[in-house]
Design a protein around this ligand. Structure first.
Ligand code: PBG
Length: 324
């Protein structure tokens, strides 16, 4: 054969492949989600997320230190609210001494450089496990948005760098931005879960926080996974309303959406590699059907290649260690 172009030339050795690799993961790409629970010395494995733990604040601080030493700059906080504090209106979410607010203060005072992001939604605080206030069988939009805006201000007051509304109510980004401005929080960022789909892949997360919806599902607020154009509409609206970072969630089954959003916006795009995606790799690896380390790096590289600038992933620490 006399070929003019031989594509295998650039694949022939690890050195050449490294030289021409188009997508390079960095630890700073990762956002590490953390599940925080009351108590001291607590480190409980989440049964549906093997190798991932709910921790009390003291252990969370050790974890944050380790993440930082691996080059991971940001954490995304979720708290497990005690049942007796739950109600329909998310009252506990606004408690200045609530678990979330105490966690933010503890992390920012021990590690002021770490970027602390906080989940803003009612589900961990809701007796119904829904992201908003329930009236009859409905998750009502406008009263929920008022609480989300107050919750964001409360997180900012405690020291959060970025609030991350994950609720998918209409108009919440503008309401949050206005509330932050009104309260002098001009340096607080908003990472909007803009294209968040109603997905079965959140199952293990709801176990972690004991936040499964008590009735119905989340399809009246989270997006239909059949839709693509709608993701762009949601994302552009969130940017107009003041979002600093937009998110697509989940990640692996939504790589087309990540790419399309990346091509449509001029802000950083994040993707959430969710609990079910973590659990699938863990389960297959446990069965001996997948090489876990290879599956982690290939998955995260694919999400970045699709267009994600940031990736929220339960594999943040593992991946950073593998990359070191
Ligand atoms: C709730 C919330 C969910 C996740 C992040 N915030 C679950 C849901 O919408 O039911 C999912 C994260 C994951 O599965 O890893 N506001």
């Amino acid at each position: 054969m006399h070929l003019i172009r031989r594509n295998r030339i650039l694949r022939q050795s690890p050195a050449i492949r490294a030289m021409v690799a188009e997508t390079i993961l960095r630890p700073a790409d990762f956002i590490a989600p953390l599940f925080i629970t009351e108590g001291t010395g607590v480190r409980e494995e989440i049964s549906s997320m093997q190798g991932y733990y709910r921790m009390s604040i003291d252990n969370t601080l050790h974890e944050v230190k380790e993440l930082w030493s691996l080059g991971i700059k940001s954490v995304l906080l979720f708290i497990k609210c005690n049942d007796e504090l739950k109600d329909n209106k998310g009252t506990e979410a606004l408690n200045p001494n609530g678990l979330m607010q105490r966690s933010i203060r503890a992390i920012k005072s021990a590690y002021p450089d770490v970027v602390v992001m906080t989940d803003v939604a009612l589900d961990p605080f809701s007796t119904f496990g829904h992201d908003g206030i329930v009236e009859g069988n409905e998750i009502v939009n406008d009263p929920t948005v008022e609480v989300l805006a107050q919750m964001s201000v409360s997180h900012a007051q405690a020291g959060a760098d970025i609030v991350a509304p994950s609720d998918m109510m209409d108009g919440r980004i503008l309401a949050i931005r206005e509330a932050l401005e009104a309260n002098g929080h001009t340096k607080t960022g908003i990472m909007a879960y803009s294209a968040k789909y109603a997905s079965c892949f959140y199952g293990p997360f709801r176990d972690a926080l004991d936040s499964a919806p008590g009735f119905g599902d989340k399809k009246t607020y989270q997006m239909d996974y059949a839709n693509r154009v709608e993701a762009i509409k949601e994302t552009l609206m969130d940017i107009e309303e003041g979002a600093d970072i937009v998110m697509v969630k989940p990640a692996m089954a939504y790589l087309d959406i990540i790419r399309e959003v990346r091509n449509s916006v001029d802000v950083p795009v994040s993707a959430y590699h969710v609990s079910g995606e973590y659990a699938m790799i863990k389960a297959a690896a446990k069965m001996g059907w997948l090489d876990e380390n290879k599956a982690i790096i290939e998955s995260l590289t694919s999400i970045k290649r699709a267009g994600a600038d940031l990736i929220a992933t339960y594999f943040a620490k593992d991946a950073a260690k593998l990359m070191a």
